[in-house]
Ligand binder design. Structure first.
Ligand SMILES: *[C@@H]1O[C@H](CO)[C@@H](O)[C@H](O)[C@H]1NC(C)=O
Ligand SMILES: *[C@@H]1O[C@H](CO)[C@@H](O)[C@H](O)[C@H]1NC(C)=O
Ligand SMILES: *[C@@H]1O[C@H](CO)[C@@H](O)[C@H](O)[C@H]1NC(C)=O
Ligand SMILES: *[C@@H]1O[C@H](CO)[C@@H](O)[C@H](O)[C@H]1NC(C)=O
Ligand SMILES: *[C@@H]1O[C@H](CO)[C@@H](O)[C@H](O)[C@H]1NC(C)=O
Ligand SMILES: *[C@@H]1O[C@H](CO)[C@@H](O)[C@H](O)[C@H]1NC(C)=O
Ligand SMILES: [Cu+2]
Length: 353
């Protein structure tokens, strides 16, 4: 504080530009989708549509044609290096926070990245419950639209895990991201695009999205076991909360169920924001120690090999600069700037003011 006053008084603001920008003031307060007013929901949805109308920044990576697709392509490009690794949660934290920053800085969105807390509606007693899909998340006017229609059979090659209980597979037909209005070019031949697809699988949504499973992840005693509980194993023989939104919504033929191209469904960012909140909750249980702890394999599933360390760098391609895991552990540091809204936090801030 003294230093910046000193520099300001000599008029060398330029020199301090970097450190001034590094301060996190008034972090956006992230809320659950249902905590937003209807007009805030529209502001968010309009900002996503705005991103999809801005130019791509990746140089056409994977045939991306707009800024929304720049994110999808960047994830797709790194798919084989960012899952079942120690940096999984923090790579996706950085990715989601950068999306939030672009919504605000490029598209004038004033709010924070919202999250989707599926555990609020997941049934622990009825795998076939459709309650989650009847929430305002999937609203046509103030949400992300519904299932993909019509139902389409999946071939054996498409459904390599033999998942049962699929309900969709076609294009999303309603809402702001419906067929004819929203286009996905990543992974398609140049000049061609696909629609956003969904393929709801109720048992995965309910069984993988349960609060007891969230509690299990948040109760892990160290980062390495947290990371492992979050992703679990890459098949469907055991549940994992990361899989809930991906396969409960994207199933076998839907965009969100495609491990490389999943950020093509705008719901990806609400799902991953919720997983990030789970990490944040876990960190809050033992701050400041958990601002300085990472672990888990550098190579996917390589549990006997090298582990990530605090100075391990991740990159999100052309979207932003590289960052260390230690920088990404702090949501209000020199790289990230956001917070999770809680009534308790708001109350204490009111008292403070
Ligand atoms: C839901 O499905 C899973 C996987 O088949 C099963 O293990 C679990 O017991 C089911 N839960 C309920 C409440 O039926
Ligand atoms: C799916 O079914 C096929 C054909 O029955 C079988 O060969 C394959 O091993 C099954 N895959 C899984 C992951 O169960
Ligand atoms: C991009 O388009 C080209 C030309 O149609 C095609 O050969 C290529 O496979 C596409 N790239 C991806 C990642 O799908
Ligand atoms: C699922 O993965 C686990 C751990 O990698 C493995 O032990 C198990 O056999 C797999 N199950 C199926 C059905 O492939
Ligand atoms: C990586 O971490 C695991 C779990 O803590 C540990 O068992 C393993 O020895 C570590 N690997 C190396 C090379 O240190
Ligand atoms: C960021 O990391 C990537 C991948 O390791 C590397 O190719 C690139 O040069 C780095 N960029 C900067 C600015 O350090
Ligand atoms: Cu991912």
């Amino acid at each position: 504080m003294h230093i910046s006053k000193f520099l300001l008084s000599f008029g060398v603001l330029l020199l301090t530009g970097e450190s001034l920008a590094a301060q996190c003031k008034n972090p956006p307060q992230r809320k659950e989708w249902r905590q937003l007013s209807k007009s805030e929901r529209l502001d968010y949805l309009n900002a996503v549509t705005c991103l999809a109308n801005k130019p791509d920044v990746t140089g056409g990576l994977q045939n991306a044609t707009n800024l929304f697709q720049s994110f999808q392509a960047t994830h797709s490009d790194q798919n084989s290096a960012i899952h079942w690794v120690g940096h999984f949660a923090l790579w996706h934290r950085y990715f989601t926070a950068t999306y939030e920053r672009y919504l605000r800085e490029v598209c004038g969105y004033k709010g924070a990245q919202p999250y989707w807390n599926w555990a609020l509606d997941a049934s622990s007693t009825d795998n076939s419950s459709m309650a989650i899909y009847e929430t305002e998340i999937f609203d046509s006017d103030y949400g992300f639209g519904g299932n993909g229609k019509p139902f389409r059979e999946a071939t054996a090659a498409e459904n390599s895990f033999n998942l049962t209980g699929r309900t969709g597979g076609g294009c999303v037909q309603d809402g702001p991201f419906r067929k004819g209005k929203f286009f996905l070019n990543v992974g398609e031949p140049k000049g061609q695009s696909d629609c956003l697809r969904r393929d709801w699988i109720p048992w995965i949504m309910n069984y993988f999205g349960r609060q007891t499973l969230v509690d299990h992840v948040e109760s892990q005693s160290d980062y390495t076991s947290f990371a492992r509980a979050l992703e679990n194993i890459p098949n469907f023989s055991q549940p994992n909360i990361h899989g809930s939104g991906h396969f409960g919504v994207g199933g076998v033929l839907g965009t969100l169920g495609n491990s490389a191209h999943s950020p093509g469904d705008p719901l990806f960012f609400l799902h991953h924001c919720n997983l990030d909140r789970v990490l944040w909750n876990w960190q809050q249980k033992d701050l400041p120690a958990r601002l300085h702890e990472v672990g888990g394999p550098i190579e996917p599933l390589d549990y006997s090999g090298q582990n990530v360390t605090l100075d391990f760098k991740v990159n999100i391609g052309k979207l932003a600069g590289n960052a260390t895991l230690e920088q990404l552990l702090n949501t209000q540091g020199d790289v990230l700037c956001y917070n999770y809204y809680s009534p308790q936090l708001a109350a204490s801030q009111d008292v403070g003011n």
